[in-house]
Design a protein around this ligand. Sequence first.
Ligand SMILES: [Mn+2]
Length: 444
Amino acid sequence: MRNSRKTDCGAKQFLARLVVRAAPFALLIDWHLIRLSILFLLAAAAVPAAKAPPDEFRARRTALRKLLDDGVFLLKGEAEGYDPLFRFAQERNFYYLTGWTEPGAALLLTPTDEILFLPRHDQRAERYHGKRVSAEDADAHAVTGFDKVLPIEKLESALDAALAEHSRIYAPWTETYTGQLRGRYPFRDVADATPLIAQLRLKKSPSEIAAIEHATDVSIQAHRAAWKRLSAGRFEYQIAATLLDAFLDGGCEGPAYSPIVGSGPNGPILHYMSNQRRMDRGELVVIDAAAQCDEYASDITRTLPVGGKFTPRQREVYQVVLGAQKAAIAAVQPGAWLGGPGQSLTKIARDYIDAHGKDQHGEPLGKYFIHDIGHQVGLRVHDPAASGPLEAGMVITIEPGVYISEEQIGIRIEDVVLVTANGAKVLSAALPKEPDEIEEAVSK
Ligand SMILES: [Mn+2]
């Protein structure tokens, strides 16, 4: 066993060297295609992205203002880089509270007031990026959904005025940011605003759930397209290219995270993203990929046999992971815990894995499930974690995995799940995961 793996390794190293040499050319071709489709999409991007109604953003700010007690809340949106080469992405908390997608803005909230600050018009910037909204525009209120819109240079005086009436400052907890505020207001209590916003972001509204469902549906289409292309001799990045193409083709912004396409020895590497390897018949490949649509992420993983047929051992371990996933999904309900001490969904899955199947040394498989069962999903694929148990309206992943490097077995099955009043709704249920269904889909 050991010897045969060594020679195998030698051949793989040789192949890997070939792959490294060939990859830049193949990448050029694929990335050229992707770049073309991105350009095409940008050309069509005059259509505004679907998003929550303005009232919903206002309601979120009202909810946050109620949590401020006698405090003032300050948040800066993402600034624009000097030479931006990628599409501007708004800071997630800022987007959640404002829906604002232009750079250089700031938000000031007090228990009784809310002000959006915008940069002044910059002719040169607007030559590059198109027309932007500024406080002096007649329609600034209507466009932003704020009654008070001021130019950004008024931020400091507005903050001074607000602090004349309220004692505490809530700000995101970054060193430079809180350092600046402490320097400017040495006698004020500067508190972390992040948990306040995280608390609001946990339970998703109907419009947020609709956006996650959209991202999930497009991701399912992408997985199906990738499965059609899966065959021995293909490279991992070709599968990734098909996924990315499908995300854009589905009208989404792009991937919610870099696609993971890990075949053979790469399968057990949890966040393998280089996707450079050539796949062989008889190996497993882990595909963990999802789109971001209308600002919201999805998160889906399937594990497939390259060539269309699981080996008996692969199928055996696959069934263990699938059984664990089903046990955890069956236990999803308000009041259940994702992880932590005591009975949790993570423990339910690990107990199942421990009770089913063994490694080559006769040991239970639970020790090969090395991460928690899942996480919150929303504006980010890893949304802020809850400090308590699950509640209806949360969207989470259920993603047990077993990673046995020694056997080149990496198996993860991940679905995105809405917690409902009395259980769970699997949003990614339309993507097959039974081994027979997978074999049938992949062998075509
Ligand atoms: Mn995940």
